[in-house]
Design a protein around this ligand. Structure first.
Ligand code: PLP
Length: 374
């Protein structure tokens, strides 16, 4: 329709042809009448909701457009999106993964897929020589987040894609933190983008979901498609509907999260009780230049390291009034957590607080931080 993200997001679903409804009807039916000869009614090929559902199809088409892909699958969580990808590999395949990532994905690889014969080498993705050194003839997939959760490190997507493609491996970028508003991995050389819809895309702390987007239709995409339909890990119509509603305001929300986060990061960067602020678009970030080159805007996710250790970090969380002590990120409310306490086998520094900057007035957030630090 247009190349403009805001317009595509608002017009993500067509006006309902039977009623004229602007908001799409929620289709809960699991089964659709079809011809006795086995043919579906009409062109939309609806037979059974696990295979295809109008709310899911609308969400998948919208996300594929936003992320510049050709095909998307909406699944029950960001974690199940990664599980589905790994299940599509075969014993003997090898993965190169970032060594900083949402810890649950590391657990999937080590606890479930290593015993199935899929080995993973973990490397620092900002070190391109390390990435090259980790590649093997049997490497099928290179996976990473940029920015990472929780250390907020960036990876040069194009440079890593070039290395991976020289070795015939596919590149998967977890675009959850950045969102398609800030960067489109598929336009930067990646083959697959995975996003936890739970965060910015749905955006209101009330949806658990995930999505897998492919740059092109290929053998691996076909295998994942079979896994989704036959395996049955699909997102429910209600969650799809809520996510599509969230997408209508996504561009504006991400820009507001980003503006607020930069203001909070700037206010904290020189505070005597803050050791370090990790936010890609703050000039103190070691990869600030890459952030400006690779991302159109920031996001609301940052980490801060307080002067002292675990006790000082926990004390700060306890004194805050507007920030809720809770996990997750990407929603309207500002959240904060001492990250080490929630991760399994954590290597995250004990004085690190992961902060999700919400959509409150940034002056109120800064004032709350200042009172809690004083
Ligand atoms: C970067 C990233 N990817 C994936 C996930 C997993 O998403 P979900 O909680 O929807 O399973 C998370 C969860 O925090 C995350 O931070």
């Amino acid at each position: 329709m247009t190349n403009q993200t805001e317009t595509n997001s608002v017009h993500s679903t067509p006006i309902d042809p039977t009623t004229g409804a602007i908001v799409p009807p929620l289709v809960f039916t699991t089964t659709f009448e079809y011809e006795a000869t086995g043919q579906p009614h009409g062109d939309d090929e609806y037979i059974y909701t696990r295979n295809r559902n109008p709310n899911r199809l609308a969400l998948e088409k919208t996300i594929a457009t936003l992320e510049h892909g050709v095909l998307a699958h909406a699944v029950p969580s960001g974690s199940s999106a990664m599980m589905t990808i790994f299940q599509a590999l075969r014993p003997g395949d090898h993965i190169v993964s970032s060594d900083d990532m949402y810890f649950g994905i590391r657990v999937q690889l080590n606890e479930f897929f290593a015993p199935w014969g899929i080995e993973t080498t973990f490397v620092d993705m900002s070190d391109l020589e390390a990435v090259k050194g980790a590649m093997r003839p049997e490497t099928k997939l290179v996976i990473f987040e940029s920015p990472t959760n929780p250390m907020i490190r960036l990876a040069d997507i194009q440079a890593i894609a070039d290395i991976a493609h020289e070795h015939d491996a596919l590149v998967l970028v977890d675009n959850t933190v950045a969102t398609p508003i800030a960067q489109n991995p598929l336009k930067l050389g990646a083959d697959i983008s995975v996003i936890s819809l739970t965060k910015y895309i749905a955006g209101h702390h009330d949806v658990l979901g995930g999505v897998i987007i492919f740059k092109e239709q290929n053998e691996f995409a076909d295998r994942v498609t079979r896994l989704v339909k036959i395996g049955g890990a699909v997102l429910s119509p209600m969650m799809c509907w809520l996510t599509l509603r969230g997408i209508q305001t996504l561009s504006y929300r991400v820009r507001a999260h980003s503006d607020n986060a930069l203001k909070v990061a700037s206010a904290l960067a020189d505070h005597p009780k803050i050791e370090r602020v990790l936010y890609p678009h703050h000039p103190s970030h070691p990869q600030y230049d890459l952030a400006c080159r690779q991302m159109r805007v920031g996001s609301g996710l940052m980490s801060i390291q307080v002067v002292g250790g675990r006790e000082e970090a926990v004390g700060l969380v306890q004194r805050l009034k507007l920030f809720t002590s809770a996990t997750s990120f990407g929603g309207t409310h500002s959240l904060i957590e001492q990250r080490e306490s929630i991760e399994e086998n954590s290597t995250t520094p004990p004085n690190l607080l992961r902060v999700s900057i919400g959509l409150e007035n940034p002056d109120d957030l800064i004032a709350d931080m200042e009172q809690a630090l004083s």
